[in-house]
Design a protein around this ligand. Structure first.
Ligand code: PLP
Ligand code: SF4
Length: 355
């Protein structure tokens, strides 16, 4: 299909560009299965089909999502196993995830929590937020709270202010962290009002931007990033290594080099999690390691994130290094977690499947 026949300008929330082709029943199944939402900002940046355009590939539904593998899971990183109260994931003693909203401004096709986020998924009620905050206040071993989701910045400024002020007042917390895609997805939402509540906290506020390709760093996005920096946020990035989006050393090098010019320290490069219908995005761990090694030879330590794998089942994240990842003869791996326990890890399909 040529670009001209791709009616992007008419693409509405809930509509699928692939509807111009092929089997309507398959497309209906896809539509029902996973949430779809894109912002005007990102929609206007799309220049081609998911096969060739890194923006389209991250957000537009692809038929390959209907292929699920036995090892893929609804809860790939084991959030449920470590949830003491609604909205909290307490896996590591010293830090918790706090998920106030399971909705996002956009839905990434490779999302690791794709079975938990989506329109109609919940925002914590006032009472549930209070209970989550009470849990954090009652556990002095917690030193860091990571607001994630979903995207915590889709909350209203007032709700966010309430949460951040409450966290700022908990004396045993060293710092607060926010994981967000919003500055990239909808930079106009990084308003002066938002920056002012982020900037008034006493504790250090680390803000980790989810960004996967230099093309996402438009002038508007750069302005939003500059505003967050000016507000006093310490800026980090996290990226997901995605086949067909950023799976070359050149693409990643360009991304990380651009980020450091924007005062953003590349923090993690995530190996994609085993979320359902995402195999077309995954390289094998060996391929990822080879790519990362190339990158390591090219850029400074400041420019280089850590390449991480979240072990399926809730055993935590480990760097994708020889210490933790042992390839076996049959193409699968043994992954050793931080407590020395060993876990089997499957190999990604090597053929077909690219959307
Ligand atoms: C990723 C994650 C964290 C944060 O890990 P860092 O290595 O500190 O970035 C904390 N808790 C859970 C459950 C996580 O999945
Ligand atoms: S912004 Fe994050 S939580 Fe939301 S869909 Fe994308 S990867 Fe998932």
């Amino acid at each position: 299909m040529s670009k001209a026949s791709f009616p992007l300008h008419t693409l509405q929330e809930g509509e699928h560009p692939a509807e111009t082709q092929g089997d309507q029943r398959t497309l209906a199944a896809l539509k029902e299965r996973y949430a779809f939402r894109i912002t005007d900002h990102l929609k206007n940046m799309i220049e081609g089909l998911p096969e060739s355009d890194p923006i389209a590939r991250q957000y537009l539904p692809q038929l390959a999502e209907l292929d699920t593998l036995p090892e893929e899971r609804a809860d790939p990183i084991g959030d449920f196993a470590h949830t003491p109260v609604k909205g909290i994931v307490h896996r590591h003693k010293d830090r918790v995830l706090f998920k106030p909203a399971n909705i996002c401004a956009v839905y990434c096709r490779f999302c690791f929590r794709r079975e938990m986020v989506g329109p109609g998924a919940d925002i914590l009620s006032m009472q549930e937020r209070q209970e989550a905050l009470a849990y954090i206040a009652a556990h002095p071993e917690i030193r860091e709270v990571i607001l994630t989701g979903g995207d915590p910045l889709v909350l209203s400024v007032r709700q966010l202010d309430e949460i951040l002020s409450a966290l700022d007042a908990i004396s045993h917390l060293d710092m607060i962290r926010i994981h967000t895609r919003l500055p990239l997805a909808d930079p106009g939402k990084i308003t002066a009002a938002l920056c002012s509540i982020l900037g008034k906290l006493q504790k250090p506020l680390y803000l980790s931007l989810h960004v996967n390709h230099t093309r996402e760093l438009t002038p508007e996005v750069r302005q939003a990033i500059a505003a967050l920096d000016k507000a006093g946020c310490i800026l980090l990035s996290q990226s997901v290594l995605l086949k067909g989006v950023n799976d070359s050393a050149e693409t990643l090098e360009a991304l990380f080099r651009t980020l450091i010019t924007l005062k953003v320290k590349p923090y993690y490069l995530h190996h994609p999690d085993l979320a359902p219908g995402t195999n077309h995005f995954r390289l094998s761990l060996s391929e990822g390691q080879a790519l990362f090694k190339k990158l390591q030879g090219r850029v400074s330590g400041i420019c280089l994130p850590t390449y991480m794998l979240d072990i399926p089942g809730g055993y935590g994240k480990v760097p994708v290094t020889a210490d933790h990842i042992k390839p076996l003869k049959d193409g699968t791996y043994i992954v050793t977690d931080n407590e020395g326990r060993e876990h089997a890890y499957p190999e990604s399909a090597q053929t077909g499947n690219t959307a």
